[in-house]
Design a protein around this ligand. Structure first.
Ligand SMILES: *Cc1c(COP(=O)(O)O)cnc(C)c1O
Length: 375
């Protein structure tokens, strides 16, 4: 009891010092990234006292009924959010999206797989696939600095699957039209999962690291259509074997318990917002606000081709790089954080994931306008 008492006290102190005095930053970081404030608060409470159990979420057994309830709810809600039926399974695994780069070919590649190369992440994914068989790169925008999404490609009918990266986090491009395929479609959706109302059933396998739109780093969500599995003849190490993970309900080994709990909180938050239809509406309004300013402002220019611009990651450059210091001072003074571009590209990148309020985007737009006035 003493312990619960102390935890309650700690919690009270925490909620006192929570927000009022701390100036929250406008966090445009690409990942780990902004999450809804209510998720931060609920997760903090669970660290001190998980659902009034007198225990921290960090110390409960992954086999306890409390945690089983968390992971089951997260799996159900993930499928529901995507509008997928029970021909699919939702898994919460370790190792980030980068481990899925190899799990996918391990489980699915018999002889040949097709990949579309739209950026750093898709090229890493196809490099891993090359360890397992023949990889046909059916389209690439590499020669043009990954500025656009290729539209003209032929999908080889004899490939075991087609892999795409729906949103290119670094370059700021996004597939607005999902290709139609007769072979299984596999997608890395790490940076745009549940940001828009698309037909998720077009995909046979979707994976996403949590740390962009889905929660805290640690877990990786996989949504997989069961009937594509079990077709390769190679032996698959147990931990990478989707069928094995399905059978053990993502509990083949200790899951990333805290991260899965945060996934559940984020999925519940999406429901509270009215689902992904509403989220998409907001994301479009946010992106439009920012891209309009980038197009209007004579001092900056967007990187990605207009028709392929990402609703999640907005990459842009100063036309005159010598004004960098001036611009950096302005946005830092406006309490903005995480605006620096990826080291592969340079410039600036504003990541405006689901949890980013439009008010914060407006702050950035105001900074851009001030920058213009003062120069
Ligand atoms: C961030 C990111 C990754 C890498 O994810 P890890 O979880 O760090 O392995 C892969 N793909 C995309 C599209 C990403 O945005």
């Amino acid at each position: 009891m003493q312990r619960i008492h102390t935890q309650t006290e700690a919690l009270n102190q925490l909620s006192v010092c929570f927000l009022p005095n701390i100036m929250k930053k406008h966090n445009f970081s690409a990942g780990p990234s902004i999450l809804p404030q209510s998720v931060f608060e609920k997760a903090s409470k669970a660290v001190l006292n998980f659902e009034d159990s007198g225990l921290s979420i960090l110390e409960i057994s992954h086999r306890s009924k409390e945690f089983l309830n968390v992971i089951e709810k997260a799996r159900t809600l993930a499928l529901q959010t995507a509008g997928l039926d029970d021909s699919y399974e939702a898994l919460f695994l370790h190792g980030g999206a980068s481990t899925q780069f190899l799990s996918v070919p391990y489980n699915l590649l018999k002889k040949k797989a097709a990949y579309i190369d739209t950026g750093t992440w898709s090229s890493k994914a196809l490099n891993e696939a090359q360890l397992f068989g023949n990889v046909a790169i059916i389209a690439s925008s590499k020669a043009d600095g990954y500025k656009y999404i290729p539209k003209d490609f032929n999908i080889p009918p004899d490939a075991d699957y087609l892999h795409i990266t729906t949103n290119n986090t670094i370059y700021g491009t996004q597939f607005h039209d999902i290709p139609n395929t007769n072979i299984p479609l596999v997608a890395d959706m790490s940076s745009d999962i549940f940001s828009r109302d698309i037909d998720y059933s077009k995909f046979s396998l979707i994976y996403a690291g949590s740390q962009k739109n889905l929660g805290a780093s640690g877990s990786t969500m996989v949504l997989v259509k069961k009937d594509i599995l079990g077709k390769v003849s190679r032996k698959i190490p147990s931990i990478l074997d989707y069928q094995n993970q399905i059978q053990s309900e993502s509990m083949f080994n200790t899951p990333t318990t805290f991260s899965v709990y945060v996934n559940l909180l984020v999925l519940q938050w999406i429901q509270e917002q009215g689902g992904i239809k509403n989220i998409e509406k907001r994301n479009k309004a946010k992106a439009e606000l920012l891209y309009n300013e980038i197009d209007r402002n004579p001092l900056v220019e967007g990187y990605a081709a207009k028709q392929d611009r990402s609703l999640m990651n907005v990459s842009f450059f100063l036309k005159d790089p010598s004004m960098q210091e001036k611009f950096d001072t302005l946005w830092k003074n406006a309490n903005i954080s995480g605006l620096k571009g990826h080291r592969n590209l340079g410039g600036y990148r504003a990541s405006i994931y689901n949890a980013m309020p439009i008010e914060s985007v407006q702050v950035l737009v105001d900074v851009l306008q001030e920058f213009e006035k003062n120069s």
